[in-house]
Design a protein around this ligand. Structure first.
Ligand code: AMP
Ligand code: ZN
Length: 472
């Protein structure tokens, strides 16, 4: 089936043509692991996951790479400000290495809760310092770099004719209003490739290099790691919308002199998840994590369902009211699938109906990832009186592979739950235990099990959920 996507580079909807038939390689700019990734960051991860699933269902072998930014970079695109990792370490009284590990573990927990398939490769910037140094040396040899004494090695953006094309700005516009400060940069758009460690303080993360002890600039890690795991040229590069203007423009400027243009065939940028008053903020306590949603009693699939009801190119305003509505919508679908599972099977899968629905749903998401429209088809499929229950269940298996919404899993759990004759208060305890386990809160899960057992019941965990049985 044809796959179309909106390419930020050309500002057009384009038909996808792979570099190598049957294969698709793509790179997602991953999290900076100095703090928890919030549900906005996770919107970007769900969008990446959908891309992977759509290509896979279209028969492609997908190689997905997502990095962990675990080097302490400076907080702004302009290479100034605080070092996020060192700040995180000071805040938590941990080493920077422990901070990175802690937040990588938390991130992966949230990825699993959201049923995002883990990327094929998840390289860490600190494991790829030599590859980054090699690229900076290459750029130096080609004449793209200069030194700011006492500061570091910089990329001279005036040497790269197409600088800023991805962000949709001409070089003159980019530089027009910008005042050259006293940083020593030749152009306001220039950026650090290698920073020297400060003379007066010892950094926890620093490495030797041909230019002196220090640490890589932020942008070079994505050029180095994407090429290592995807080859010098690859199909698609994605990330949050804010990256087009600076981070990805800088990645292109670094990479194309080394490998030739075009480095990457397609670029996609995802709009943000926002709050009514703007950005999610850690300091105000509105940067919720997926684990926070679980603590509040939400199924992570309700959040995924909420996300997929919008298009990735539209900003999405988050509120608990909209999450409640999504949770209800999701539960209604699960209820209907549970009813299908409970119906006595009388017929075989109707292949003609199966193929018609399958192709209709796959076509709509293959056309620039219109997940919201696919979910409208899903509702119509449930209402379709001509398609038999067997066929519908098979189609929901396909919808789950495509959208990762775990409809069948939740429906089977519901069926299993309803077969249990335990009193409601025991079922409520078992449900709280499921939430505690999803949240890796083992102490609460164990306490709830003990409470259930002291009331004369036992929970048995199985592949399709749990069963409550009377204790012998
Ligand atoms: P960061 O940890 O800030 O580097 O972000 C990790 C990824 O999440 C990047 O691809 C960002 O573009 C993306 N991102 C950051 N904030 C949001 C948001 N509010 N909504 C969606 N994506 C975001
Ligand atoms: Zn990146």
């Amino acid at each position: 089936m044809t796959i179309r996507l909106y390419n930020t580079l050309t500002r057009k909807l384009e038909e996808f043509t792979p570099l190598e038939p049957g294969k698709m390689g793509f790179y997602t700019c991953g999290p900076t692991v100095y703090w928890d990734a919030h549900i906005g960051n996770m919107r970007t991860m769900v969008n990446s996951d959908i891309i992977k699933r759509v290509f896979t269902e279209n028969g492609y072998e997908v190689n997905h790479v997502m990095n962990f930014t675990d080097v302490g970079h400076l907080t702004s695109d302009g290479d100034t400000g605080d070092d996020k990792m060192e700040k995180g370490a000071a805040r938590e009284n941990l080493s920077v290495w422990d901070v990175a590990q802690k937040y990588i573990d938390g991130f992966l927990c949230d990825m699993d809760l959201l049923n995002n398939i883990r990327p094929t490769h998840m390289p860490r910037a600190t494991d790829h310092i030599s590859e980054q140094i090699a690229q900076v040396q290459h750029l130096e040899k080609l004449g793209y770099t200069y030194e700011i004494p006492g500061d570091g090695i910089y990329y001279d953006t005036s040497k790269f004719a197409n600088y800023g094309v991805l962000g949709g700005q001409k070089l003159s516009e980019l530089r027009g209003g910008a005042r050259i400060d006293d940083s020593g940069k030749r152009n306001s758009t220039d950026f650090a490739l290698w920073k020297y460690s400060p003379k007066d303080t010892k950094r926890q993360m620093e490495w030797d290099s041909p230019w002196g002890v220090g640490f890589p600039g932020w942008h070079i890690e994505c050029s180095a790691m994407s090429m290592k795991y995807l080859g010098q040229h690859f199909d698609l590069h994605v990330g949050g919308q804010e990256h087009a203007k600076v981070h990805h423009s800088n990645e292109i400027a670094q990479s194309e002199p080394i490998v030739g243009a075009p480095w990457v065939s397609y670029w996609m940028h995802f709009e943000w998840l926002l709050l009514k008053d703007g950005k999610m903020s850690k300091s105000v306590g509105t940067a919720y994590t997926v684990r926070n949603l679980v603590e509040r009693g939400y199924d992570p699939m309700a959040y995924r369902y909420l996300l997929l009801q919008s298009h990735y190119r539209q900003p999405l305003e988050f509120s608990f009211e909209s999450l409640d509505a999504a949770a209800n919508g999701y539960k209604n679908i699960v209820r209907k699938i549970a009813d299908l599972i409970n119906t006595e099977k009388t017929a075989n899968v109707d292949l003609e109906r199966y193929n018609a629905w399958h192709d209709k749903i796959l076509a709509v998401v293959s056309d620039n990832f219109k997940t919201a429209e696919a979910l409208v088809w899903v509702q119509d499929l449930l209402k379709d009186s001509v398609t038999n229950p067997e066929t519908k269940i098979q189609l929901f298996e396909f919808v789950d592979r495509l959208l990762g919404l775990q409809f069948i899993d939740r429906a089977k759990k519901l069926v299993a739950l309803e077969q249990v004759s335990a009193p409601a208060e025991i079922v409520a305890l078992a449900e709280r235990r499921v939430t505690a386990k999803a949240n890796r809160d083992w102490a609460t899960a164990d306490a709830l099990r003990a409470e259930i057992e002291s009331a004369g019941w036992t929970v048995l965990d199985g592949k399709d959920g749990y069963k409550i049985v009377k204790r012998a």
